[in-house]
Design a protein around this ligand. Structure first.
Ligand code: HEC
Length: 307
């Protein structure tokens, strides 16, 4: 009866598992639901069916065993013989695995010594132990041949190197798919009056409140210098300005923006700052630094010359 209860309980538990699984796919209509969910439900269902089948099989086998022993007992009684139960499958397996002498026959393997009444038996090594031991020897031979004689499988060091090489290939592919990010580098930057880049740069300027130190029109204030004139503390031209914005002049109060924003944003805001050249801010701060004379190749010259 106890058994019956536990089976019932098991069935209920597994059924509630199914119910839980079944309620989960409901939000599948929203796009973020895991696409593998139906598989999980199916696998869960299979596992439950599997467990139930095993439980039922075990119960069947035990009932069958009980019936056969009863039958054998009755037969033995009818024939007037003493009933000796046949060992179960499990009993014969453990006997084979352990090869131990039954307690009643221990006298046959008793050794001649006795220490304070503790006697020694001459049992065999248990076969399970011996098989395990032989197994390790066979495994060792196979391992040696496969990894060190024929070199059929890679060693850990080689596995590591292959994985690193694969990762490098993957990384290069990634870099190649984002040529822009890789290309932004002060040594190759060239300024052009590109309206989209300048537009994005203006957004970056506003969003990061550059105006709080440089004036909203770049004219400078009591903190930061005027960005619209031709005088620069750290050099004019795309390369110098990009460098100043990216790495900042931290000790003078100009943050290193390369750490706070993407390299694309730094480039865009640099373009915007250069586009301010020659504009007329409302209250320009007096020039600071040196007059920057653009190089021939520097196209920001057009901006400066326009003044
Ligand atoms: C907290 C105040 C502050 C903020 C915010 C700030 N700056 Fe500056 N910036 C300064 C100061 C101060 C200097 C001058 C550094 C010096 O004296 O060497 C400066 C210098 C510069 C220079 C170099 C000017 C020259 O003469 O060489 C550029 C370009 C510049 N800032 C751009 C920006 C941009 C773009 C932003 C927004 C992303 C920004 N700054 C935000 C304070 C600030």
């Amino acid at each position: 009866m106890k058994k019956l209860y536990s089976i019932l309980l098991l069935t209920l538990v597994s059924l509630s598992g199914v119910a839980q699984q079944a309620t989960q796919p409901a939000p599948a209509s929203n796009a973020s639901a895991n696409p593998l969910q139906p598989y999980y439900v199916a696998i869960g269902f299979i596992v439950i069916v599997f467990i139930l089948t095993i439980v039922v099989l075990v119960i069947l086998v035990r009932t069958l065993n009980l019936l056969t022993t009863q039958l054998e007992k009755q037969r033995a009684e009818a024939a007037g013989k003493k009933y000796v139960p046949t060992p179960t499958w499990w009993q014969s397996l453990t006997r084979q695995l352990n090869d131990s002498v039954p307690v009643e026959e221990e006298a046959s393997i008793e050794m001649a010594h006795s220490y304070d009444g503790i006697r020694e038996l001459d049992n065999h090594l248990p076969p399970w132990w011996k098989w395990l031991f032989y197994g390790t020897i066979i495994f060792g031979i196979i391992y040696l041949v496969v990894y060190h004689v024929t070199d059929s499988l890679p060693l850990m060091q080689q596995e590591y190197e292959t994985e690193v090489a694969l990762a490098q290939v993957e990384q290069q592919k990634n870099m190649a798919s984002k040529p822009q990010a890789a290309a932004i580098d002060e040594s190759t930057l060239v300024y052009s009056a590109d309206a989209t880049i300048i537009g994005r740069g203006k957004e970056v300027f506003v969003k990061n409140a550059c105006g709080s130190c440089h004036g909203s029109d770049g004219g400078g204030n009591n903190i930061g210098p005027n960005l619209t004139d031709q005088y620069w503390l750290h050099g004019g031209g795309i390369k110098n300005v990009f460098h100043t914005i990216k790495d900042g002049v931290v000790e003078k109060g100009m943050p290193a923006w390369g750490k706070a924003m993407s390299i694309n944003d730094v480039r865009d805001v640099t373009f915007f700052v250069l586009s301010l050249q020659g504009t007329k801010p409302a209250s320009p701060k007096a020039p600071q630094g040196e007059l920057y004379k653009p190089e021939k190749s520097d196209s920001s010259k057009t901006q400066a010359a326009a003044k």
